[in-house]
Design a protein around this ligand. Structure first.
Ligand SMILES: *Cc1c(COP(=O)(O)O)cnc(C)c1O
Length: 442
């Protein structure tokens, strides 16, 4: 059987001790794959946009809040979409240029806004109260920051409610179809010559491409209306958000950036005319396919006739899959004790995590070669939103994350992206500095 780059990496990670009885879970990221995805994104928009159209692809930091990954993406020309002071700090630590940073959080504090405006970071206001806050801030300290407004075109949701940001009652942006809202948005632009961007992010995983494109069309139509009423090209840049869905059921990358760009150019031809600069905010689709969580099987047991592999990867690294399994099913690959693909007749078994609650399963009744103690599992397509978004349940430490490159001869080189969290760090984070603090309260 031919081994994939990932198979080579799993075997090398076990051989080199990145995954061991002492470090029984780790995240692996395929660096060549990430570069391919970034190149594919650039190429897709270059193919359809009029020559010279400014395009910024701002990676949604929440999808992989890892400084070395942000730096890699920055080196290949991407920027960052940040949604908290923490994410902004990570982007700055990675050296992402201010001009390629976009701030989008729905709950920006005055201090956050002041800092972003002082730095010149692009800000998308979420709601009327935030816009009023920005009015006040720029009255006292003029800024060079490009400023936009996020709208919710209310075009409806996809298959995952929690990922659908363009429903009638979504918490994000100005709900465009609400009574009087469109007029309010138009007037807000006419009254503020510095409001030069318009933003929408209509959903993430589970959104059909056509619905996403419909959201972008609504954004474009609104920009045209505002510019016409302003009698000039006041809106210079459209931020169309991210949200390209990821195929979690095979190794195929579908849909592609090219397919989405082609659909946009068909449904919203003016978008690529060159009259507007473009900003995108893809997250999951850039990273998901390139990551795997590898975990040791600690025990293999059986209950009620069902085999159960008790592994070290559960809700702490695959939180959404464990809590909302129907919306977030992931593939699990079986490897043996040496990290080689495990063969054997498929047996339906539960793949459990280490957390102390019954629902901590990453897969239920999944047909796989029967796992034994000492084997390994790999949770596939977990490069975005999984190991980078740790859930601290049971005080399980954040696992190490390693970037890898598999050379054509199968040799694997690793680089540490994040060291495994130590028990000292974990204890510190859990209030150890205040151990005796409660004594004083009696
Ligand atoms: C989460 C988010 C994104 C990225 O979504 P993906 O589905 O990861 O591409 C982009 N923009 C905003 C405003 C977001 O909240």
């Amino acid at each position: 059987m031919t081994l994939t780059d990932r198979d080579h990496a799993v075997q090398a990670a076990v051989a080199q001790g990145l995954i061991s009885p002492a470090e029984p879970v780790a995240g692996l990221l395929d660096i060549a794959g990430i570069r391919r995805s970034a190149a594919g994104l650039h190429a897709a928009f270059e193919e359809f946009a009029a020559p010279g159209t400014p395009v910024l692809h701002a990676f949604a930091v929440k999808a992989a809040s890892l400084v070395p990954v942000l730096r890699l993406l920055s080196q290949v020309g991407l920027g960052c979409e940040v949604a908290s002071p923490g994410e902004l700090a990570l982007a700055r630590a990675a050296g992402v240029p201010i001009a390629r940073t976009v701030l989008d959080s729905p709950a920006k504090t005055p201090a956050e806004l002041r800092e972003a405006l002082a730095l010149g970071i692009a800000v998308n206001a979420d709601n009327p109260e935030e816009l009023a806050r920005i009015d006040g801030l720029i009255a006292s300290a003029p800024t060079t920051a490009p400023i936009g407004l996020r709208v919710n075109p209310q075009i409806g949701g996809g298959t995952i409610g929690a990922m659908s940001t363009a429903t009638d009652t979504s918490k994000f942006g100005v709900a465009l179809r609400d009574e009087g809202a469109r007029e309010w948005v138009v007037q807000s632009y006419l009254a503020r010559p510095w409001l030069t961007r318009l933003h929408a992010h209509v959903g993430s995983q589970g959104m059909p491409l056509e619905l996403m494109a419909e959201g972008v069309r609504a954004l474009f139509t609104l920009a045209e209306e505002i510019n016409e009423k302003a009698g000039r090209d006041q809106i210079t840049t459209l931020d169309i958000g991210g949200g390209l869905p990821v195929n979690f059921s095979s190794d195929d990358t579908t849909p592609t950036y090219r397919a989405y760009a082609a659909l946009l150019s068909e449904m919203v031809p003016g978008l690529f005319s060159g009259r507007y600069g473009l900003v995108t905010e893809f997250g999951r689709s850039l990273l998901a396919k390139h990551g795997a969580i590898v975990a040791r099987v600690e025990y293999a047991k059986s209950a009620g006739g069902r085999p159960i592999a008790v592994t070290h990867a559960g809700a702490q690294v695959a939180t959404r899959t464990v809590f909302v399994p129907d919306a977030w099913p992931i593939r699990v690959a079986a490897y043996d004790a040496e990290g080689r693909p495990k063969s054997g007749a498929p047996v339906a078994q539960d793949i459990a995590g280490p957390c102390c609650f019954a629902g901590d399963l990453v897969a239920e009744n999944r047909p796989l070669p029967l796992l034994e103690a000492g084997d390994h599992t790999a949770l596939l397509d977990t490069g975005a939103y999984y190991f980078s978004t740790h859930f601290a349940y049971n005080s399980l430490p954040r696992p190490g994350i390693y970037g890898y490159r598999t050379d054509p001869d199968g040799t694997v080189r690793f680089a540490t992206i994040r060291t495994p969290q130590t028990l000292e760090e974990l204890t510190e984070e859990s209030g150890a500095a205040h151990t005796a603090a409660l004594d004083a309260l009696g």
